[in-house]
Design a protein around this ligand. Structure first.
Ligand code: ATP
Ligand code: MG
Length: 246
């Protein structure tokens, strides 16, 4: 079933007397429960597209259609935790804003994320990887039906990034959350996704899409990297991005 349809979306930014076209004629769809990734050169409009999907911006032209009601969770590169609030308060933040305070959900998530012991601590007392897990817990607390992830692992060291990829992948499977990930990391996109969309340089448009084979999908992101099909796909995507002066 199609969950999201993006049809002929174009977006211009108007500043002073100038017009900058960030996206041009973008078309794609995402099925319910699918995990898709966007790869593309810096400045091609990936973050703009997420803001359009989140409803923070309105497209200059084209349509964004969701099948039914959608609750969006948006997680950015920086964790944006409030340093003066406890971990517990940070995870509850989205719920508080929506006036849906529910301490059971917060406790359950912290338990599940093996971070219950950090509940009364403050963000500066945690490692970068732990803070990203807290940010994810906060995003999931509102039970989003669509999760938008804008380079959520890029600030992490390689080891934390790999273990967080496994953790996120497993968690999202449990919640069957439809997810869109923006990343610059080809391996991460292949290892985590069902489908990968390649964007051209600005103005961004979709050049190509790659369906990730089942043999890679059924592995954890960490193990996927050792699958023979992984290297083949990596090479193909690399070449696609290379020809576009990535
Ligand atoms: N609020 C804005 N006003 C004007 N121009 C903007 C605005 N936001 C983004 N742009 C421009 O739109 C283009 C796309 O930006 P965007 O941040 O979406 O790219 P991106 O693909 O996410 O890049 P990166 O990979 O570096 O994060 C860029 O040229 C950027 O300068
Ligand atoms: Mg961006």
């Amino acid at each position: 079933m199609t969950f999201l349809d993006v049809k002929n979306v174009t977006h211009h930014f108007f500043k002073e007397q100038q017009v900058a076209t960030a996206l041009e004629n973008v078309n794609f769809s995402v099925g319910a429960g699918e995990f898709v990734s966007f790869l593309g050169p810096s400045g091609c409009g990936k973050s703009t597209l997420l803001s359009l999907l989140a409803g923070l911006l309105t497209p200059t032209a084209g349509e964004i259609q969701f099948a039914g009601d959608v609750e969006i969770g948006y997680m950015l590169q920086q964790d944006f935790l409030f340093p003066w609030k406890t971990i517990e308060e940070n995870v509850a933040l989205g719920l508080t804003l929506l006036k849906r305070e529910n301490h059971d959900i917060v406790d359950e998530l912290l338990e599940q994320f093996e971070l219950a012991h950090t509940k009364k601590l403050y963000p500066p007392q945690l490692s970068g990887g732990m803070r990203q897990r807290i940010a994810l817990a906060r995003t999931l607390a509102v039970k989003p039906t669509l999760l938008l992830l804008d380079e959520p692992f890029s600030a992490l060291d390689f080891r934390s990034k790999l273990s967080l990829e496994n953790f996120v992948s497993e968690t999202l499977k449990q919640f069957s959350t439809t997810t869109i990930l923006v990343t610059h990391d080809i391996s991460e996109a292949i290892a985590m996704s069902d489908k990968v969309f390649i964007f051209s340089a600005r103005p961004g448009t979709i050049l190509k899409s790659f369906i990730i084979p089942q043999e890679i999908r059924e592995l954890t992101p960490f193990d996927a990297r050792n699958a023979p099909a992984f290297q083949v796909l990596f090479q193909e995507i690399w070449e696609e991005l290379d020809t576009d002066e990535y």
